[in-house]
Write a protein that binds this ligand. Structure first.
Ligand SMILES: Cc1cc2nc3c(=O)[nH]c(=O)nc-3n(C[C@H](O)[C@H](O)[C@H](O)COP(=O)(O)OP(=O)(O)OC[C@H]3O[C@@H](n4cnc5c(N)ncnc54)[C@H](O)[C@@H]3O)c2cc1C
Ligand SMILES: *[C@@H]1O[C@H](CO)[C@@H](O)[C@H](O)[C@H]1NC(C)=O
Ligand SMILES: *[C@@H]1O[C@H](CO)[C@@H](O)[C@H](O)[C@H]1NC(C)=O
Ligand SMILES: *[C@@H]1O[C@H](CO)[C@@H](O)[C@H](O)[C@H]1NC(C)=O
Ligand SMILES: *[C@@H]1O[C@H](CO)[C@@H](O)[C@H](O)[C@H]1NC(C)=O
Ligand SMILES: *[C@@H]1O[C@H](CO)[C@@H](O)[C@H](O)[C@H]1NC(C)=O
Ligand SMILES: *[C@@H]1O[C@H](CO)[C@@H](O)[C@H](O)[C@H]1NC(C)=O
Ligand SMILES: CC(=O)N[C@H]1CO[C@H](CO)[C@@H](O)[C@@H]1O
Length: 650
């Protein structure tokens, strides 16, 4: 199947090889199950010691075998590459003397079965650049879709928060664009992963050649964790198998389960669960990847008051380690890694190939929305209503309500309220106090309070976030996102102080996306999920000043300082870590001070130890990920930390 491509590549090399026949470095393994579930097709193709021996004994590849071997093997032990990597201050960068020669990349590509993609910026077609002349037709597609999640998800290296790439190839219709298109913080190559062998080979290659390795799934990450200059990127999106296991029996759990490949999206999981009459907790935005950054970061979700965090429902992972080995990780197999991979964050412990999660019965949901305006009621009545809303806030979370609402000095927009395990009657009773307060005070709603009962999670989801593609809210470079987790005891004990801060934040015109969100303990909570989540009642997503200029490095620096000092600091003070507060590492500001504590809530020392055990050479790096303090991306002065620079030891 690959023969035509192989021949073409080798002929185009102008390279004298007698045998133009390099087979993909993969073999079909005899084993068919792991962690109690069948291997998916992608998992049956693996890189084994036998395959490496074949590479080492084949005349055309023997000379380069050290680039692909497992560590501590006959081929790699005490080799020149390992010594070179250990002594280098920085990861090898394109143009460096030790950057692999083209022939090595070509062989790597053949061993990958042709899956190596020379990466280019997703907006390259809008410019005359090293990738060719401007193409108006293709550029029109970029302009139309750059702010939609799927555009970035379906591109091998594009990401949804371009500030962290360095904005070196922006679509030409934004302030920060131009005048040219260069690679910046985008990786050099991506592997279009379709089997485990390719992941293993790429990890071995990156480790041996001392090249920065990046893992990209959907590209949703808010901090630049799925991109990097001079990197080889593993693009996981095309691993898409979903298996429903109605009678699963695995480590620590028996019952219905789903086995999900690394590239499956939240929407695809919800659809599969619904088709099989079950419910699985996951993120609100349907294009978020299920088994990558979301589940490894914890996974805050609309069922949190029933099932807790998404990560609490993982039974097992299949992963590839920094040594290139494919292993099962569960309560009974490498339990340290199992603990870390559920909450300790993506991109740093191992590459997740698939995950097995518990599936739960169908449940009822009530969804609701409304909008309250200040102009219609006058400021006094408006703020009295807002205060009442927060006074009854924990009654609602106690009643398992999750929500997502925008608050400004002009309006409260309850965009989506999600009340799982409620009927119309139980829901109405829960919220009655607030709405009768409005009535008794003659406070009128601009959009009336509407609520709808559903008999399944999926139906409720489709009526809310499922119908929202988040088009328009990604691909932007006009703000820096951030968040804070506010715990129950703080919220209750310091209510007046917290409420005063709410008013101050809103009246100052700062961005506010608030959540009723109180995750319970359910499933297996012996994991690395931030302890602040276990006490959370109120989750705040905010950002730098969205109406201020962010288009230059200097503007970014000013807005980042404002975000840290004026916007976030008051929340850190009212709900400090010592009182159960914290920050969700997945929707955070990359410049969060003391991020080890804020993002990992006291688990950092244990996570660090696990990182050192499983990745002593720091094959994996992602900004603010565990172990990242040993490295820095030397990006010069860009206003905030970007991925546009060499990765070097601190
Ligand atoms: C619009 C929007 C809505 C969101 N809603 C929610 C929400 O409701 N709940 C929630 O919890 N989060 C939410 N998030 C945050 C989301 O969980 C994170 O951005 C998450 O990191 C995305 O993971 P990904 O794999 O899809 O994305 P990527 O950006 O591709 O990857 C994110 C991180 O995970 C790593 N990674 C990816 N795949 C793998 C893998 N196979 N193995 C190991 N590491 C991997 C990457 O290296 C990177 O560090 C939202 C984000 C956006 C932009
Ligand atoms: C969002 O954008 C995608 C293109 O990426 C488009 O197909 C889809 O229809 C859009 N959805 C909405 C609700 O606008
Ligand atoms: C990636 O691989 C998939 C098959 O797994 C293929 O369908 C797709 O076209 C490839 N994408 C690119 C950009 O090469
Ligand atoms: C839903 O509520 C009922 C009645 O209050 C309760 O018995 C049941 O356990 C709840 N279901 C879940 C999944 O929490
Ligand atoms: C609300 O309006 C009614 C009828 O106009 C009036 O009788 C009542 O006093 C008002 N209540 C308040 C609290 O303003
Ligand atoms: C909180 O504020 C309310 C209203 O301003 C006031 O009546 C109450 O005494 C305050 N409570 C505390 C503990 O300060
Ligand atoms: C945000 O920036 C705009 C434009 O510079 C400014 O008018 C406004 O006062 C700023 N808001 C805050 C809260 O700093
Ligand atoms: C500002 C205001 O008028 N508040 C009143 C609203 O209604 C409640 C009764 O539900 C009164 O207690 C408040 O004083």
């Amino acid at each position: 199947m690959l023969r035509g491509k192989q021949l073409f590549l080798l002929l185009s090399l102008n390279w004298a090889v007698s045998s133009a026949n390099i087979e993909p470095a993969a073999t079909t393994v005899p084993s068919s199950h792991a962690a109690g579930a069948p291997l998916q097709a992608a998992e049956t193709l693996q890189l084994t010691d036998g395959v490496i021996d074949r590479i080492a004994s084949d005349d055309t590849t023997a000379e380069y075998a050290e680039y692909f071997a497992f560590p501590n093997s006959r081929i790699s032990s005490n080799g020149r590459l390992a010594r070179r990597a250990a002594s280098a201050r920085c990861k090898t960068f394109p143009g460096d003397a030790h950057w692999p020669k083209q022939i090595i990349w070509d062989i790597f590509n053949l061993l990958l079965g042709g899956a190596l993609i020379p990466a280019k910026p997703s907006a390259a077609s809008c410019y005359d650049s090293q990738w060719g002349p401007k193409d108006a037709g293709k550029c029109a597609n970029v302009l139309a879709n750059f702010r939609t999640p799927l555009f970035h998800t379906e591109d091998p290296t594009s990401i949804m928060w371009p500030i962290f790439q360095g904005r070196t190839c922006m679509p030409p219709n934004v302030n920060s664009a131009g005048p040219s298109c260069t690679r910046g913080g985008f990786p050099e190559y991506a592997v279009n992963v379709s089997n485990v062998a390719q992941i293993q080979l790429a990890i071995n290659f990156a480790r041996a050649a001392n090249i920065r390795l990046v893992i990209k799934n959907s590209g949703h990450d808010y901090l630049g964790k799925s991109t990097g200059a001079g990197a080889l990127s593993l693009w996981m999106r095309n691993l898409r198998d979903i298996d429903f296991l109605p009678d699963y029996e695995g480590p620590g759990y028996s019952g219905p389960a789903l086995k999900l490949a690394a590239g499956v999206s939240v929407r695809e999981v919800y659809e599969a669960a619904d088709r099989n009459g079950v419910t699985v907790p996951g993120a609100i935005s349907w294009s978020v990847g299920y088994a990558g950054g979301m589940i490894t970061g914890g996974g805050q979700n609309p069922l949190s008051a029933i099932y807790g965090m998404a990560a609490d429902h993982v039974v097992a992972f299949q992963v590839v380690t920094a040594e290139g080995r494919y292993i099962t990780v569960s309560e009974s197999s490498h339990s340290d890694l199992f603990w870390a991979l559920r909450g300790g964050g993506g991109g740093t412990f191992a590459v997740v190939v698939s995950v097995i999660v518990r599936a739960h019965p169908k449940l009822n949901v009530v969804t609701a929305n409304w909008m309250l305006d200040s102009s219609r009621n006058g400021e006094d009545k408006y703020w009295a209503a807002i205060r009442k809303f927060f006074e009854v806030f924990t009654d609602w979370t106690d009643s398992k309500i999750y929500s997502f609402f925008f608050l400004t000095k002009a309006s409260l927009t309850m965009t989506y309220l999600f009340a799982p395990n409620h009927t119309a009657e139980t829901y109405a009773a829960t919220v009655a106090q607030f709405f009768s307060f409005l009535e008794e005070n003659n406070t009128t709603l601009t959009n009336p309070h509407r609520y709808t009962p559903h008999t399944s999670f999926y139906s409720g989801y489709q009526a809310t976030w499922g119908s929202n593609a988040f088009n328009g809210s990604v691909g932007t470079d006009t703000s820096l996102p951030a968040n804070h987790i506010i715990p129950r005891r703080n919220f209750k004990q310091k209510f007046n102080q917290t409420y005063a801060l709410i008013e101050e934040h809103v009246k100052a015109g700062r961005h506010w996306l608030g959540f009723h969100n109180a995750p319970v303990r359910n499933g297996n909570t012996n994991n690395a999920v931030h302890p602040a989540w276990r006490e959370c009642v109120f989750f705040l997503v905010t950002s730098s000043n969205r109406t201020a200029d962010h288009s230059t490095q200097e503007a970014l620096r000013i807005q980042n300082a404002d975000l840290q000092e004026n916007i976030l600091e008051p929340w850190r003070k009212v709900a400090p870590l010592s009182e159960g507060g914290g920050t969700y590492l997945n929707e955070a500001s990359v410049e969060e001070p003391d991020w080890q504590d804020s993002f990992y809530g006291g688990y950092y020392p244990r996570l660090s130890e696990i990182k050192r055990r499983w990745d002593p050479k720091d094959v994996f790096y992602a900004v603010t990920a565990v172990g990242s303090e040993r490295w820095v991306v030397e990006d010069g002065e860009r206003g905030v930390q970007t991925q546009n620079g060499r990765l070097c030891r601190v």
